[in-house]
Design a protein around this ligand. Structure first.
Ligand code: HEC
Length: 409
């Protein structure tokens, strides 16, 4: 049974590895095309239907790229599509969501202090929110509101802020941020899957059949691409935020999330303007720094949302750890080797708050974090860092025995 915890940890690492690689491929190609698009130059000798061109140098060769706004007069023999970067990122992301947050719902998804959900309720809310989010977004884009690009962006911003607030009302702060990232990334990937690629397929089919393609397909795809452009940076912030509890484990986490979306716009605006050779709007960096300072300040407003309340009931699995015969011995190890750092108010010098929001002071906290203690200090030597508190081999064995005997009960 305990092999399961080790295998799970590795599965999670493999999924994360894949997810980061696919995300680099997706965001890399998307940034590349945005910059290419903005940098296109119009010249008189361009072929009929071509909108602009650009010369690039990379890896020892020169590239000469021309863009056809609707389509070329004739279909080229071979076309390279860019879609699997996006699909693979979404699929591997969902796999990670399932491994980390559905598999570890007790620990990472549900905070009984926020809302007492069962595992299945929490998972159902998670999946449903992603699907419903896309439907709302898509309908807004297709409604009359969608005719006005900037008006639509303002409405979408409100939707994102409300979603962010909503997630903090049902999940742990950590899961709330991750879900806001997943919610946004689902919209982005669904834009590629349901709108951008199908529209391009229609245009290609028209060309092959000798019909003149309707330019509206390109216009719609462009609007969705613009949204993706401004949403990319916030999504990455939310995905990384689970390593930085100050961002999510505070009272005003949803306000922080709202500000993060603004930073996505201010930073991208600088690059978009620069790549279009329309000047360098330095004010956007000033705005970004001011927003970031506001975020840092908000994070210090003390009210740790993910703190496990002592009165909340333990799940049946957690109960097993608390009642196991080895519990007292394991607790003594944790209290003497870990709690100086992993406390609400750490006594270890230079550790101002519990690292990764992991607190190991009470019986309850220790039982709740059993699997992490097992992986971090039993099976591996990740904790204590550099074995600074000199945990012995026997003590590690006690932690291992505690976990393994409880899960095989
Ligand atoms: C000297 C301070 C210190 C001590 C002692 C210490 N830790 Fe940590 N712990 C940290 C820091 C710092 C981090 C964050 C590491 C990082 O950023 O990757 C951490 C992270 C963790 C995490 C979260 C890992 C993750 O990536 O989510 C767990 C679980 C953990 N420690 C358990 C323990 C256990 C169990 C012990 C005792 C055997 C222990 N720690 C002792 C400082 C300490």
């Amino acid at each position: 049974m305990y092999e399961y915890a080790v295998a799970w940890e590795w599965l999670s690492f493999a999924a994360r590895w894949l997810h980061v690689i696919t995300a680099i491929a997706w965001i890399g190609s998307s940034f590349y095309f945005i910059a290419l698009d903005l940098g296109l130059v119009k010249r008189p000798h361009l072929p009929a239907g071509a909108y602009g061109e650009e010369w690039q140098v990379h890896g020892g060769g020169f590239y000469h790229i021309q863009k056809y706004l609707v389509a070329p007069a004739q279909m080229p023999e071979h076309l390279t599509w860019f879609k699997w970067e996006s699909y693979a990122t979404w699929l591997s992301g969902f796999l990670m969501l399932a491994i980390v947050y559905y598999g570890g719902a007790d620990l990472f998804l549900i905070d009984t202090h926020v809302m007492a959900l069962s595992q299945w309720q929490a998972i159902a809310i998670s999946v449903a929110s992603l699907a419903v989010g896309w439907v709302i977004y898509d309908q807004l884009c297709k409604s009359p509101v969608g005719k006005n690009t900037w008006g639509l962006m303002a409405v979408l911003y409100v939707v994102l802020v409300v979603m962010g607030w909503g997630y903090t009302q049902v999940f742990t702060g950590r899961a709330a941020f991750l879900h806001l990232g997943a919610f946004t990334a689902t919209i982005m990937s669904a834009n590629v899957f349901f709108i951008i690629i199908p529209n391009q397929k229609i245009v290609v089919a028209d060309l092959i059949a000798g019909r003149t393609p309707d330019p509206k397909y390109g216009v719609i795809a462009k609007q969705r691409s613009l949204h993706n452009n401004y949403l990319t940076l916030p999504v990455i912030f939310f995905m990384l935020s689970n390593h930085y509890p100050l961002a999510f484990a505070t009272h005003f986490n949803w306000v922080i999330a709202a500000l993060v979306f603004l930073m996505g716009v201010t930073i991208r605006h600088w690059f978009n303007t620069t790549h279009a050779r329309k000047g360098r709007p330095t004010w956007t960096w000033l705005a970004t720094v001011l927003i970031f300072i506001a975020i840092m300040w908000l994070s210090t407003v003390p009210k740790v949302l993910t703190g496990e309340p002592e009165d909340a009931a333990l799940s049946s699995v957690q109960q097993k750890f608390a009642e196991n015969v080895h519990f007292e011995a394991a607790r003594d190890v944790v209290l003497s080797r870990c709690s100086m750092c992993h406390a609400a108010e750490p006594v270890w010098e230079g550790v101002p708050f519990p690292p990764k929001a992991v607190k190991l002071e009470t019986d309850r906290e220790i039982a709740v974090h059993a699997r992490e203690i097992y992986i971090q200090a039993g099976r591996s030597h990740a904790m204590p860092p550099g074995n600074i508190t000199e945990i012995s081999v026997e003590e590690r064995e006690l932690l291992t025995a505690w976990y393994e005997s409880a899960v095989s009960e």
